[in-house]
Design a protein around this ligand. Structure first.
Ligand code: SF4
Length: 962
């Protein structure tokens, strides 16, 4: 960045006036010219973020006016990013003269992101100024899906929905109301709203995302997610590309690098040479679905070489239960435990793992020893990837956690903690009791252990007549595009007897909103309130997403009553929307709903946003004192800084927390397993004579042996196991051109279907070719750019080939996110990223899609829209995938068995064909693999298992005899 001599091209450009002459005599008088500063000085400037006391009056030179020195006076307001789940801190720079947001930078006061962002954070400004965004509430005209819309008022929208919900509740049709969410982005809000209505109405995207890994972790220790302490680790093992695109991407990435800079070694298991793998010390290019075999081979080495943490295993695993159940002939001794484990995993030699996975046995040995040597400082992560892609994918997280247990790294500094230990849980005002309903459209009997709602099967359940959705909300949720089998979703959305009133709550158009009845514009990151708290490291924080123009108005003495008064158009936010809607469902309070949404301080009055958040904030440990020090309320403190650090990294080994005398009063210890019980509930466990909290499992320990799996008809999986995937090499017929397609990987610059409205991001990434190794390309005679026909179980898509050494031979891959579309009749939206397509459904169940036009420049309020140079919008692959629900975890298993062939003369780039009759048959095939409830005692689900929006315990028992 220091001063550089002009190049020949620069000189020429200056001379002919293409660019200002930066090298003329006297030019150096512009002392804002950064070329006067050394690289070190520039680095220091970037570290010196404006101090909060100047946030209401911050002067910067306008970079667009350069080389003139034009000052802009900004008001800086913090919020959080909403482009992925990390919720990194952002600060909005609001031009005080125009009142417009001009840019976003990081927020150094956010303990998770520490001032840093990925490309998607600053690109929030593109989303705010996107000329295609939805600005007013809309109601469909004509038939659903025809693309005709009219503007309505918020009052009309609210009354329409409230009347329909009230009627359904009064007629005891609670299970016909559902809220289906893609990216939640808020903590606790809907847990307040939906149970207040008395419905089991939450449906999520989790079964196409992380529920496989969650299930694997939960079986071990009752927590469903890991919180790796990367910065303090000695060895880090990542299943897939967490450094560049993982869960809690930027916060984790910076800490992985911090760990590496302190000497940690990094290993990545991924069939692609991703950016993460290329930054690693070890790349393990495993064949998809064989990860568990590699992990078990490592476990065996750690056991054989006595690299395990003996005291941790002795105290914190349920080894006695294991020996009694699986080896009753043996004496219950710790040595027999180790011996039995070695015997159990003896087939998992590094050579066997190499045969399965293709990862060299020597590398497996070396890494196993390094993990053993790292001991408690072994951090690891599996989120989606292998856990979300394979039949039995949940076993990968279970085998990975096995290594964490063997090394004693569970909850240790530099190890891997349960996510909940590093996450804040809000207390809300007037909390409702758990609902007394169980919705079998979300948690059907066939999947008693499913870790989240079987949302990917909803259209099939509706198709076979299991029920209907009379009032359905899709929120930041786009199943027609993001889910497998989107045409079946489309068929059901178009049928008004299946989906009654469909309301899409969304900031921008998407393929699902085209099939809604009401499209209600909801705020982007800087236009809404939410609280966020995520397990980004060994500490706990809470952040406040807020509508920055509303906050600026408040600071400037011009407060507004509702957020849409400060936002562009009539863009609202969900929080106020749900409060308003709840009042309208129960206007006189007779249904018992309204009371939950009344002010905690002004009896009988509607709660305001400030009151809701103030109630939560004043209950956060340490926040009242911090606010008091500045002479402001807790709400004002969070509005000012945007985040608060609750705890700075003392939450290690929380399973060892001692139970107090008060807690122990009236409790008793189970002589068989030392579990401490009080009032029929387990509260802790005796460890070496001390009463400790333990883990929320039946044994209060890490469960190497799971009696739950035995009780629920899966005895073959009572201990960590390798399950052969549905795309295992054995089931592929290579002679017919069958390959495994990895369709899941994320690009660091995009996020699902939420970034098609960000021009900078789409400019960087706009195609999704098929990654193919040169060996495979040669076999098929493919060159980069050639068309390829990818045949799935239910249809095909035509894409282009990218020949690259970064792909494991024998495996092909296609990135997620790209291939967005709209039809001719649809309102324009996301034009930076969408192809215009034609969709045909001439024969029942047979769907064809053809790209009519790619992306092209357009006239708009944004001059850049005329400068679009890319034409290719990619191909929509997910819609050609059938549903493949894992019979245990319920997770959709994303990897596809595909048959590769050369396209025929009529095939064109972007062509898609799907047979939805076939997809329904495949749905039935996978359903037949389940082992349905009831389980022990007539239960529909183990009581100790987590469940989103957990209903009243009485609903857990199946009452009908069918
Ligand atoms: S990682 Fe990037 S997209 Fe995700 S919250 Fe942070 S800045 Fe936003």
């Amino acid at each position: 960045m220091g001063y550089k001599k002009a190049s020949f091209i620069e000189n020429m450009a200056e001379k002919i006036g293409l660019i200002p002459d930066l090298h003329k005599e006297g030019y150096q008088e512009h002392d804002s010219d950064m070329r006067h500063f050394s690289d070190e000085e520039v680095a220091e400037m970037y570290e010196n973020f404006p101090p909060p006391e100047k946030w209401n009056n911050w002067i910067e030179y306008d970079p667009k006016a350069w080389p003139k020195k034009k000052k802009t006076n900004y008001q800086i307001v913090p919020t959080t990013c909403f482009n992925c789940e990390s919720a990194c801190g952002l600060t909005a720079f609001i031009d005080k003269s125009s009142g417009e947001i001009k840019k976003f930078e990081g927020n150094p006061y956010h303990p998770g992101s520490r001032g840093r962002n990925c490309a998607k954070g600053p690109a929030t400004i593109n989303q705010v100024t996107d000329p295609d965004r939805i600005l007013f509430p809309l109601k469909r005209k004509g038939k659903r899906g025809e693309g005709d819309w009219e503007r309505i008022s918020w009052d009309e929208a609210l009354d329409t929905i409230a009347d329909r919900i009230r009627k359904a509740l009064k007629e005891d049709r609670h299970n016909e109301i559902a809220y289906h969410v893609g990216r939640p982005g808020h903590e606790g809000f809907m847990n307040w709203v939906l149970p207040s209505w008395g419905i089991d109405g939450h449906n999520s995207h989790t079964n196409i995302c992380s529920s496989g890994a969650r299930f694997g972790y939960n079986l071990w220790y009752g927590y469903d997610r890991p919180s790796p302490d990367h910065a303090e680790a000695k060895f880090i093992l990542l299943i897939s590309a967490h450094l560049e695109s993982g869960h809690y991407f930027n916060p984790h990435a910076q800490r992985i690098i911090e760990g590496k800079m302190k000497g940690a070694k990094l290993a990545t298991m991924d069939p692609r040479l991703s950016n993460t793998a290329s930054m690693s010390d070890y790349w393990l290019p495993s064949y998809p679905g064989t990860e568990a075999a590699v992990l078990l081979a490592m476990a065996l080495i750690i056991l054989q070489q006595k690299l395990y943490n003996r005291s941790y295993l002795e105290n914190w695993t349920n080894w006695q239960e294991y020996l009694e159940a699986k080896h009753p002939e043996k004496e219950v001794s710790f040595d027999n435990y180790i011996e039995s484990m070695i015997e159990e995993y003896k087939e998992f030699t590094p050579e066997f793992a190499e045969k399965e996975s293709g990862v060299k046995a020597e590398m497996i040995r070396e890494i196993a020893v390094k993990i053993g040597e790292a001991g408690e400082r072994f951090a690891s992560h599996n989120w989606r990837s292998a856990g979300a892609s394979n039949l039995g994918g949940w076993a990968v997280a279970r085998c990975l956690h096995f290594l964490t247990v063997l090394t004693g790294a569970v909850g240790a500094k530099g190890g891997t903690s349960p996510n909940s230990w590093n996450k804040f849980k809000p207390e809300v005002p007037n909390p409702p009791k758990p609902q007394k309903k169980w919705n079998e459209l979300h948690f059907p009997k066939e999947y008693p252990l499913a870790f989240f709602e079987m949302s990917q099967l909803l259209p099939h359940f509706l198709k076979e007549g299991r029920g209907k959705m009379d009032v359905y909300f899709s929120r930041v949720f786009n199943p027609v595009w993001t889910y497998p089998d989107g045409f079946t979703w489309m068929e059901m959305f178009m049928d008004e007897s299946k989906f009654g009133l469909h309301t899409a709550l969304t900031p921008t158009w998407n393929e699902t909103a085209f099939f809604a009845d009401l499209v209600l514009p909801m705020g982007l990151a800087p236009e809404r309130h939410d609280i966020n708290s995520y397990a980004t490291h060994g500490g706990t924080w809470v952040a406040f997403r807020q509508p920055v123009l509303r906050e600026a108005a408040r600071r400037n003495g011009k407060p507004v009553k509702y957020t849409y008064e400060a936002n562009p158009g009539e863009v609202w936010e969900e929080d106020e929307f749900w409060i308003e809607l709840s009042w309208r469902i129960d206007p006189d309070g007779s249904m018992g709903i309204r009371k939950h949404f009344e002010s905690p301080k002004r009896p009988g009055k509607k709660i305001t946003i400030e009151e809701y958040y103030q109630y939560i904030f004043e209950r956060i440990k340490g926040l009242p004192a911090a606010a008091k020090k500045e002479g402001i309320s807790e709400f004002e403190y969070m509005s000012k800084y945007g985040a608060f650090e609750i705890e700075k990294g003392e939450s290690y080994k929380m399973n060892e927390n001692l139970l107090s005398k008060e807690q122990l009063k009236g409790s008793e210890v189970d002589k068989k397993n030392d579990v401490i019980r009080k009032n029929g509930k387990d509260i802790g466990v005796m460890i070496n004579g001390e009463a400790m909290v333990g883990f929320p499992t039946p044994s209060r320990k890490n469960e190497f042996y799971s009696q739950t799996m035995v009780d629920w008809n899966w005895p073959e999986y009572s201990t960590p196991t390798y399950i052969k995937s549905h795309i295992h090499n054995d089931v592929l017929d290579k002679s017919k051109g069958e390959y495994v397609l990895v369709p899941t990987f994320r690009l660091p610059t995009l996020i699902h279907t939420r970034s098609g409205n960000a021009k900078w991001l789409v400019e960087i990434s706009n195609r999704n070719p098929i990654w193919m190794h040169p060996e495979d390309a040669e076999k098929w005679n493919f060159k980069t750019g050639d068309l390829v026909k990818m045949n799935t179980d239910i249809g095909y898509f035509i894409d282009k080939v990218w020949v690259t050494q970064s792909m494991k031979p024998g495996v092909v891959a296609c990135s997620h996110h790209i291939g967005r579309w709209r039809r001719e009749q649809d309102t324009v939206g996301n034009r930076w990223a969408t192809n215009t397509v034609d969709i045909e459904n001439k024969e029942g169940g047979k769907w064809k899609m053809r790209t009519k036009r790619g992306i092209k420049p357009f006239e708009s309020s944004d001059k850049d829209s005329k400068r679009i140079f890319w034409k290719d919008g990619g191909v929509h692959q997910n819609i050609t995938h059938a549903v493949h629900p894992d019979p245990i975890s319920g997770m959709h298993t994303w990897h596809q068995r595909v048959r590769i062939e050369k396209p025929g003369p009529d095939d064109q780039y972007g062509d898609i064909f799907v047979d939805t009759d076939k997809s329904h048959e495949i749905f039935k095939e996978w359903m037949s693999m389940t082992r349905p409830a009831p389980g022990p005692g007539g239960l529909r689900r183990p009581l100790w298992f987590k469940r989103a929006f957990k209903p009243d315990e009485s609903t857990y028992y199946i009452k009908d005899k069918k």
